[in-house]
Design a protein around this ligand. Structure first.
Ligand SMILES: *Cc1c(COP(=O)(O)O)cnc(C)c1O
Length: 415
């Protein structure tokens, strides 16, 4: 276990979290390098021996140190913006292992991707096909492209993170795919290299993933018969993690299921996991400022807020809350809502948790390594937290806490 108690104090690997709070302040994101590496290794071991690419989904956690770690492990990257491409390159990632997804790539982003020499642009509409084709022709290059196809399967996850149904903005419709591929094949400035899908996030059961794989394979075979051979099949990410009492199928079950579907196929298998690599590797460390007991509710007001971790407010997400000190003198046992100082009723991190707290207690909001810091904002002019990467007995600052000066440095007074 990467986060476990030792001598009554919660530690990240071998580093006590109270020491991290002392050194780097709170609120602060803390990541375990061993967990990130261990999660990557689970994917890599199932795929060993298969032509494959694990394209880490950058949007889950895009800190340069995390990306550099992934690059050293041999990962590719699934990106959704020019900014993420710049990050991957700055972190030493290999552009030839980058796939670029997203429904709204701008002209500038398409040019940036073509100049960088990425593996593939995942196109999501016919309009985008036209723009990429014209851009490549103008630059005198062939653009490597795939289409993200919407397999129209129900991922049975939260509606906000489900992406594979046909009323969804992502991908081209399954029924249109063959016609669009045939059309794209006539563009001399395009090189059709692959096909992809991504049915949603926080998947817990394997069946929808396998269904999607089978539908994508059927389409791939139809395209092959039409003379359109592809070099990769991208089945997306979305593998679920444990926040509360979910029991997501192990990664091996998802991947072995997909491998069975693709048995005998020569295409490279690409997957793009995000949450399942970094989610459980991270915790948000926060300090109790005030206890506010009441008739209906007891509040613990902490120094982290919805601007630091928006998942509870945005999705009603549940994160486990652990006391950093198992027991403290003067702590008051009770059932607490953990809330931040932001002026919104949606500003909560957890509700109705049995804890023993006093002002100054440290709490760890668990499984916050994915879609945590990357979704943070400066609402209420709150500087964003520091980020720390722990490895064994060492802790490194991988992002300085923002300063208030930085927050308005780009603003201008008018005369
Ligand atoms: C967001 C995204 C992923 C990663 O999803 P996780 O749930 O974090 O694994 C993978 N592929 C695509 C295309 C995405 O948009």
């Amino acid at each position: 276990m990467a986060f476990a108690y030792s001598g009554g104090v919660l530690c990240a690997e071998q580093v006590p979290l109270d020491e991290i709070a002392r050194r780097f302040g709170t609120p602060c994101y803390v990541y375990s390098r061993a967990v990130i590496e261990g999660n990557f290794a689970r994917f890599a071991s199932v795929l060993a021996g298969r032509k494959s690419l694990i394209a880490y989904s950058v949007k889950a956690n895009s800190n340069l140190a995390v990306l550099a770690l992934m690059a050293r492990l041999g990962a590719g990257f699934d990106i959704v913006s020019g900014g993420e491409l710049a990050r991957v390159l700055a972190a030493g990632g290999d552009p030839r292992k980058v796939v670029f997804s997203g429904v709204g790539k701008t002209q500038a982003e398409i040019e940036q991707a073509l100049h960088a020499g990425i593996l593939c642009l995942n196109l999501e509409s016919e309009a985008e096909l036209g723009r990429v084709s014209a851009t490549a022709a103008r630059l005198g290059v062939r653009a490597p492209v795939a289409f993200r196809v919407n397999p129209d399967v129900d991922a049975k996850t939260h509606p906000h993170i489900s992406t594979g149904l046909k009323d969804n903005k992502f991908g081209i419709a399954y029924a249109d795919a063959e016609r669009i591929y045939r059309d794209a094949a006539r563009h001399g400035s395009l090189e059709l290299v692959g096909i992809g899908c991504h049915i949603g996030s926080q998947l817990t059961s394997v069946a929808p993933y396998i269904d999607a794989a089978a539908r994508i394979l059927a389409l791939t075979e139809r395209l092959e018969r039409a003379g359109i051979g592809l070099s990769h099949i991208d089945l997306g990410g979305g593998f679920g993690i444990r926040y509360k009492d979910e029991s997501p199928a192990p990664v091996g079950e998802f991947l072995n299921g997909a491998l069975r579907v693709l048995a005998g196929r020569k295409e490279t298998l690409i997957i793009d996991p995000g949450r399942s690599i970094v989610g459980e590797a991270g915790a948000l460390l926060t300090r109790v400022e005030y206890l506010k007991p009441g008739d209906a509710k007891n509040f613990a007001v902490v120094d982290a807020a919805m601007n630091d971790l928006i998942r509870p407010a945005l999705y009603g997400a549940w994160h486990e809350v652990r006391q950093v000190h198992e027991a403290e003198s003067d702590a008051v046992a009770g059932v607490y809502d953990i809330v931040g100082p932001v002026c919104e009723s949606a500003d909560f991190l957890a509700r109705e948790r049995k804890l023993a707290l006093r002002p100054g207690s440290l709490l760890a909001i668990m499984s916050a390594g994915a879609y945590g810091m990357v979704m943070s904002s400066n609402y209420n002019t709150r500087p964003r937290p520091a980020e720390v990467l722990v490895s064994g007995t060492g802790a490194s600052l991988i992002r300085e806490r923002e300063t208030v000066d930085q927050l308005f440095a780009a603003e201008r007074l008018v005369p």
